[in-house]
Design a protein around this ligand. Structure first.
Ligand code: SF4
Length: 292
């Protein structure tokens, strides 16, 4: 039998592994057992029409070039004189994605059903669709559910979620004022990053959520969401904290709360980013930095 390591060494190793997880190296963690997936149900004609529309859009997505062939240039920040003058960095897919008339979050969720469209369905417990104000002016988009979210079916409810809640409150808002969701709705096994086919299959639902909610500002939490919506392979530090455009909406990319848990010094940078968001939304900016 191997020798037991000391408690302090165990804590150091744990912290280091969590740090690697925040960097996107996620193969250290075990995953929960696969769940039983219920049968999907669909009903009214509007739902069926939207399903047909979605199939068309997904088919259109499949015909687009692979994401590795798309732009690797840094996305450019928007100008300061108005959204009509900004540069649209959205991908070809997002540019051609049409808003569906009569869309609601309920219809999107009904359409999603007990989704089996990509392989992530095999290992999830609960789909994490999104949560919050269906008419929010501010929308947060993360990467994908973690273990706590997968268990509860709600976004950002673990340790990182608690920090996000504190950040939202520091802005003078409540979680119920904003809308929170992820790029993929099912937890990737072993908390790995979602793969390209999973992102391309699930992202039309995110896009429909954005179009339906119509937020004034989108905040991307971490690189995965930012790279998807801005169609770039550049690191988030290249454009973090700058106003970008996403289909005519203002987009700000900032660090993921999970990253901040391991790197508290970066909180001040995120707070600067959120102050820009507050300014855009006309929220009062307090002089003192929040103690989150
Ligand atoms: Fe469906 Fe999205 Fe879950 Fe894949 S990640 S199974 S596309 S809901």
């Amino acid at each position: 039998m191997g020798e037991r390591i000391s408690e302090s060494l165990h804590e150091k190793l744990k912290a280091r592994l969590e740090f690697y997880e925040d960097l996107g190296i996620r193969l250290f963690y075990s995953d929960r057992q696969p769940s039983v997936v219920a049968k999907t149900s669909g009903s009214n004609s509007q739902f069926n029409e939207i399903r047909e529309e979605e199939s068309t859009l997904i088919e259109r997505t499949r015909k687009l070039p692979a994401r590795e062939n798309l732009s690797t240039a840094s996305p450019s920040p928007v100008g300061t004189s108005g959204l009509h003058e900004v540069i649209d960095q959205s991908s070809a897919f997002f540019k051609t994605f049409a808003t569906i008339p009569g869309e609601t979050l309920s219809l999107i969720q009904e359409d999603l059903g007990e989704c089996t469209r990509c392989k992530l369905h095999k290992t999830r417990n609960k789909i994490v669709f999104g949560d919050g104000n269906p008419k929010a002016k501010l929308m947060f988009v993360g990467e994908g559910p973690g273990a706590d979210e997968d268990a509860q079916g709600l976004p950002f409810v673990g340790r990182a979620g608690k920090l996000l809640t504190q950040m939202i409150q520091a802005m003078g808002l409540q979680r119920s004022d904003v809308y929170i969701c992820n790029v993929v709705k099912c937890r990737p096994p072993q908390n790995r990053q979602p793969e390209k086919d999973e992102v391309s299959t699930c992202s039309p639902f995110l896009l429909r959520q954005i179009d339906t909610i119509g937020p004034q500002v989108i905040v991307c939490l971490g690189a995965t969401a930012a790279k998807l919506l801005l169609d770039t392979e550049q690191g988030i530090s290249q454009f973090r904290g700058q106003w970008m455009d996403f289909r005519g909406r203002k987009l700000m990319a900032t660090y993921h709360p999970a990253y901040l848990l391991r790197n508290p010094a970066a909180k001040s940078e995120v707070w600067k980013d959120l102050q820009k968001v507050m300014n855009e939304l006309g929220l009062e900016i307090k002089k003192n930095k929040p103690t989150v």
